[in-house]
Design a protein around this ligand. Structure first.
Ligand SMILES: Nc1nc2c(c(=O)[nH]1)N[C@H]1C(S)=C(S)[C@@H](COP(=O)(O)O)O[C@H]1N2
Ligand SMILES: [Mo]
Length: 441
């Protein structure tokens, strides 16, 4: 399968009607509808207000009055041992699949409710094949063996004595968005694309540990095995192990969450989620791939001619608009920021373009820096909605030259047998009433 899709020429700036943010008089226009915006807070229906509006405001708390929370002493320390989000943010949660399975296997990140590129640890998506093991780090061991000079059994203490590194990168399940191959998925951006999260990971480079055990000449693959009931096992090419693979114990500044592999996880930046083995207990060095269950019966890509591509490691370039997105409603005419996330397993995002007319015209979006390789990149584009029907799309280009394909291009190339590695352009339809829904354009 050709993973380097032909680069379609990227159009120059286009026709999306938007205030020019460099023009100071235009900038003031964001707020000229300020009074209307205040009214919206009362009905709670605009995009920004969806999460915020809880109860109709009490006039006594609005200007020019002094609100009641200023007229009394605040509470003591709310959660001094470990802080929690505001009680008004209860709707921002991970979500299990609609049909609750007897044993649910995945929860999804609320991409529509998050800012910037950080996924708070409690909202990181989860995918477990055998449940979450309860591992006492004092009893956890990592065995490194096979084609090595000195096999070792390492404790967590041993691992934490090695020189450490921190690196920000995303993890995406290769089954993310898979429903889009075959049908128009219902639900929100969380339901459709929420098997995607990001963290700053801390640990030791795998190359450091491999140098310690001494890899024999001819060694070209590693087997990584998890300590869960699924004994999740995958083969990893030695080149990736030496390039940037990490054994991580830290996630956004604290120890890994149990769901993310506490106390030790293999991190393969940019590779499909499944290969990032959680609860890592064993690394075996070999001279050929191990052909485990997860890389033969699962996580292969069945093509239209009936053959299956094996070892599809890197996640392809992809982007999605998180606001406005399905399930949201635009209630106010005028300025709205179109914003979303772009990422690629092959390196940095180079460019993101946004269309408000189903892909006829494209306009370059602004990227929030620093743009990091194999990490989420936030894009933004100013837009003005005047009550018309629109199809909003984003498409990303990465530094390897790969361009995000349309769904039609992706299906033409791969057929409909595949369910992994879906990276087609997402289309959100905005109706004349401001309702946003998923469509295939
Ligand atoms: N040991 C083990 N590692 C595992 C899994 C598992 O079930 N067991 N699931 C894999 C899959 S399919 C994905 S997508 C990612 C999910 O990582 P997360 O749960 O931290 O989001 O972990 C991978 N690593
Ligand atoms: Mo996955």
């Amino acid at each position: 399968m050709n993973k380097n899709r032909r680069a379609t020429p990227l159009a120059a700036d286009s026709e999306i009607k938007a205030p020019d943010p460099t023009n100071p008089s235009a900038r003031r226009q964001f707020l000229t509808r300020g009074l209307a915006a205040t009214a919206v807070a009362a009905t709670g229906s605009s995009i920004a207000d969806v999460a915020l509006a809880q109860t109709p405001p009490d006039a006594e708390n609005l200007p020019p009055h002094v609100p009641k929370w200023m007229r009394e002493q605040g509470s003591g320390f709310l959660n001094p041992a470990y802080g929690l989000p505001s009680a008004f943010e209860k709707k921002v949660v991970r979500k299990l699949p609609g049909q609750a399975a007897a044993f649910p296997t995945a929860s999804r990140t609320p991409l529509q409710d998050l800012f910037g590129t950080v996924t708070p640890n409690g909202l990181f998506f989860e995918r477990h094949h055998g449940g979450v093991p309860a591992i006492d780090p004092g009893q956890h061991r990592l065995m490194v063996h096979g084609l090595v000079r000195q096999p070792l059994v390492l404790t967590m203490k041993d691992l934490m004595r090695f020189p450490s590194v921190s690196r920000t990168c995303f993890i995406e399940c290769s089954g993310n968005s898979f429903g889009e191959y075959k049908a128009v998925s219902k639900g929100t951006v969380q339901d459709i694309h929420g098997l995607l999260s990001s963290a700053e990971w801390t640990g030791v480079l795998l190359s450091t540990v491999l140098a310690e055990v001494g890899v024999n000449p001819g060694a070209s693959w590693l087997l990584a095995e998890g300590a869960d009931a699924a004994a999740m096992s995958r083969s990893v090419p030695m080149a990736k192990a030496m390039e940037d693979a990490m054994l991580v114990y830290g996630q956004n500044g604290e120890m890994l969450r149990p769901e993310q592999g506490y106390p030790l996880r293999l991190l393969l930046p940019g590779y499909e989620g499944n290969m990032n083995v959680k609860w890592l207990r064993r690394l075996k060095v070999g001279d050929a791939p191990f052909h485990t269950r997860e890389e033969t019966s699962k996580y292969t890509d069945l093509m239209s001619d009936g053959r299956a591509a094996q070892f599809t490691f890197e996640m392809d370039v992809k982007s999605v608009i998180t606001s406005p997105s399905a399930g949201q409603e635009i209630s106010e005419r005028g300025f709205h920021e179109i914003t979303g996330l772009a990422w690629s397993g092959r390196g940095k995002i180079k460019r993101v373009e946004v269309s408000a007319d189903g892909g006829r015209n494209w306009r370059e979006a602004q990227l929030d820096g620093p743009v990091l390789a194999r990490a989420l990149t936030r894009f933004r584009s100013p837009w003005s909605w005047e009550g018309g029907e629109h199809i909003l799309q984003s498409r990303a280009l990465d530094e390897s030259g790969q361009v995000q394909p349309t769904r039609a291009q992706l299906v033409a190339e791969r057929g409909l047998n595949s369910s992994y590695h879906y990276n087609g352009i997402q289309s959100w339809n905005v109706s004349t009433t401001g309702e946003v829904t998923n469509v295939h354009a």
